[in-house]
Design a protein around this ligand. Structure first.
Ligand code: MG
Length: 304
């Protein structure tokens, strides 16, 4: 049983309990049962001053009386027509009995409704709250799935001696660097592709072709700044970026804080939204031989 069903069950039994208490109070408030006597017998009791008090109930077609006796714990009851009511009232007063009137039967239902109204309102309010909570949860679920999008990016560059090694927007001290039209930053390029893919806006080659001379030796942080503007125009915000950079040398971990700062600044987000990891290729293939560097990135976007 989930929490919603448990709450409904508890509410149901709580309502039943309150309803039972209310009915019990109503029944107990209707007074003790009375021995039924004929109207003439009742008049004899009045004449003998046996009636201490009488409660007269005015019903639709007749009048009923419930009276307590002076010398007994018993109650007696009788019925009479409206034509005899005035005479009975006078006789009771003359005998010293106290007399009360009420529209008893109609009052029962009015009393029942009045007593039950708070309970009905309480149950209705609880059901309303439960419905609203369920609707809000549903909206939250629908909203998060509809506005969240994920993209993947990958890049690889050959490494040659004598070129600067730029990774994550910063230059690392190393004797080799990537071969590329721009600065060859594999991490920045893979991030661009992941973001563009998540937004459905193409890839890095579409926006920054390596045949365009304006991107010759350009900083890849410029690409990230441009992608950020594209995302802004499309109504997307970066929720998270997770990346792994694969290279045999140098060690990248000590440089991650500066990389995250540079990347976050270009993207207009906090460094906490960027997670970086480093791997070697265990000496296998071109990366393992130190001939290349690669990066894999997963990016998640949301609609603000
Ligand atoms: Mg590239």
């Amino acid at each position: 049983m989930n929490s919603g069903s448990a709450a409904k069950t508890l509410l149901f039994w709580f309502s039943i309990l309150l309803l039972g208490v209310m009915l019990w109070k109503l029944i107990s408030a209707s007074g003790p049962s009375a021995d039924s006597v004929s109207y003439s017998e009742f008049l004899q009791l009045v004449e003998k001053n046996e009636i201490r008090d009488a409660h007269i109930y005015l019903e639709s077609n007749s009048v009923s009386v419930n009276a307590s006796l002076r010398h007994s714990q018993k109650h007696v009851g009788t019925t009479l027509s409206y034509g005899d009511l005035q005479d009975l009232k006078q006789r009771l007063i003359d005998s010293g009995a106290s007399v009360e009137y009420s529209n008893e039967k109609k009052g029962d239902w009015v009393l029942l409704l009045l007593n039950g109204m708070p309970l009905l309102l309480l149950v209705g309010f609880c059901l309303f709250l439960m419905r609203q909570m369920r609707r809000n949860r549903w909206r939250a679920t629908q909203g998060s799935s509809a506005s969240s999008r994920t993209g993947i990016g990958y890049d690889l560059h050959r490494l040659e001696e004598g070129r600067p090694l730029i990774v994550g927007g910063i230059e690392l001290p190393f004797d080799k660097g990537p071969v590329g039209h721009s600065d060859g930053d594999v991490l920045a390029h893979a991030i661009c592709d992941a973001l563009l893919g998540a937004a459905g806006l193409g890839d890095i080659g579409t926006h920054f072709p390596d045949t365009d001379p304006q991107w010759k030796n350009a900083s890849s942080l410029v690409f990230l700044e441009h992608v950020r503007k594209l995302l802004d125009k499309s109504g997307f915000a970066i929720q998270h970026i997770d990346a792994v950079v694969i290279t045999e040398k140098p060690k990248l971990g000590p440089h991650f804080p500066k990389m995250r700062e540079a990347l976050a600044k270009a993207l207009g987000i906090t460094p906490e939204k960027i997670h970086l990891k480093a791997k070697t290729n265990e000496g296998v293939d071109a990366i393992g031989r130190g001939e290349a560097i690669a990066a894999h990135v997963v990016a998640t976007l949301v609609s603000p």
